[in-house]
Design a protein around this ligand. Structure first.
Ligand SMILES: C=C1C[C@]23C[C@H]1CC[C@H]2[C@@]12CCC[C@@](C)(C(=O)O1)[C@H]2[C@@H]3C(=O)O
Ligand SMILES: O=C(O)CCC(=O)C(=O)O
Ligand SMILES: [Fe+2]
Length: 345
């Protein structure tokens, strides 16, 4: 029997305390539970930016490959997602997070659940809470949307469904682009899975205006457990990517563009040629409400990943052992950022 990704996450329960977000509308100061140690690295070097890849540019293959290797991230333009769909998903996301706290609590993620409203899963690894609330969708959002809006969830569900379908198309395009940049063909990866080769999740993120943005954390540094992630951010900045040798670099929103970042699975498959992008979200000084929508493009839980042999030359040895996605998610759920290190050879 095959297990779904949401079942895999279900097997890793989280304590309620690490799921319930603060009622951000009711606070005027940052409570101690949300105060992070003073940090001087919240600012970043503004001369550096991640590359922009235009999918209609004949050079896109080469540029995407270079961006993945140097940054593990890039902006993508001419991706084929209509601007009005991005706007609609953003406004439905805003409508969700604008609901009263007690309504959102009706769709709270179960301690052993993967989907619904709550703090990010990684909260349990940090002593302080993040200035963040999220809503996770795997497949249909209908169950949890029905708890939020018993009579009025069609618009939300329709937007999220349509967005996921369109995102899958972009994700397939990007996969082919990336494979080509590595000198591989679409048939090369042997995913060792049955019917559906990919699996995806959608995460709606909200970073409410913060009274003391220097002492709070939007989303703590992490890498994604995906092949890659495709992110839409509203016009408010906050995303930063860590670049080896340069430090934290802001990824300022470009209207209509999407941000693509390499996740752990592609890092393993490329034998570390592509870095899994370490990223975080910081809070803005201007009292703006930041929203983002992340599409995690991953593999089904029974799928095995190990470095693609075709990429290895005679002297290069695989750096990671073979793991199933299920096994890797388990290791990451217990060990967070040590996970890659724990599967190295
Ligand atoms: C398919 C995914 C990817 C998840 C877990 C599951 C659903 C929610 C995703 C996030 C979203 C917020 C950051 C993150 C780090 C988190 O805590 O939850 C992500 C995590 C991962 O990339 O590992
Ligand atoms: O909000 C952002 O810019 C980042 C979101 C993110 O990293 C995630 O959902 O995994
Ligand atoms: Fe992320």
């Amino acid at each position: 029997m095959t297990t779904t990704l949401s079942q895999v996450y279900r097997e890793k329960p989280i304590r309620l305390y690490n799921i319930i977000p603060l009622d951000f509308n009711s606070v005027r100061t940052v409570p101690d539970s949300h105060v992070w140690p003073k940090s001087d690295d919240f600012s970043s070097d503004h001369r550096l930016t991640i590359p922009i890849v235009d999918l209609e540019d004949p050079n896109a293959v080469k540029l995407a490959g270079q961006a993945c290797e140097a940054w593990g991230a890039f902006h993508v333009i001419n991706h084929g997602i209509p601007l009005n769909l991005l706007e609609e998903v953003e406004s439905e996301t805003r409508r969700l997070f604008s609901l009263p706290a007690e309504t959102k609590m009706k769709a709270l993620r179960e301690p052993d659940g993967a989907t619904g409203y709550g703090l990010p899963r990684i909260s349990k690894f940090f002593p302080k809470h993040m200035w963040h609330e999220g809503f996770t969708i795997m497949g249909s959002p209908a169950d949890h949307a029905g708890m939020l809006w018993p009579n009025d969830n069609a618009r939300f569900c329709y937007a999220m469904d349509r967005y996921q379908k369109k995102m899958e198309v972009v994700a397939e395009k990007l996969t082919n682009l990336i494979l080509e940049s590595l000198g591989m063909s679409q048939e090369d990866p042997k995913w060792e899975v049955g019917s559906s080769p990919f699996s995806a999740a959608l995460q709606l993120n909200s970073y409410p205006p913060c009274p003391n943005p220097d002492r709070a954390m939007g989303l703590a540094p992490h890498t994604d457990t995906s092949i890659f992630t495709i992110l839409h951010q509203n016009s408010v900045s906050g995303l930063q990517i860590f670049k080896q040798g340069a430090g934290w670099v802001s990824v300022l929103p470009i209207a209509g563009a999407l941000v693509v970042n390499v996740g752990d699975l592609l890092h393993i498959l490329t034998n570390a040629r592509f870095p899994s992008a370490l990223h975080r979200a910081v809070l803005n000084q201007d009292g703006y409400h930041r929203l983002s929508v992340a599409y995690f493009y991953g593999l089904p839980s029974d799928c095995r990943v190990s470095p693609w042999l075709k990429l290895l030359n005679s002297v290069e040895k695989p750096r990671y052992r073979s793991v199933t996605v299920k096994e890797y998610v388990g290791i990451k759920s217990n060990n967070f950022q040590q996970a890659l290190w724990l599967i190295r050879i």
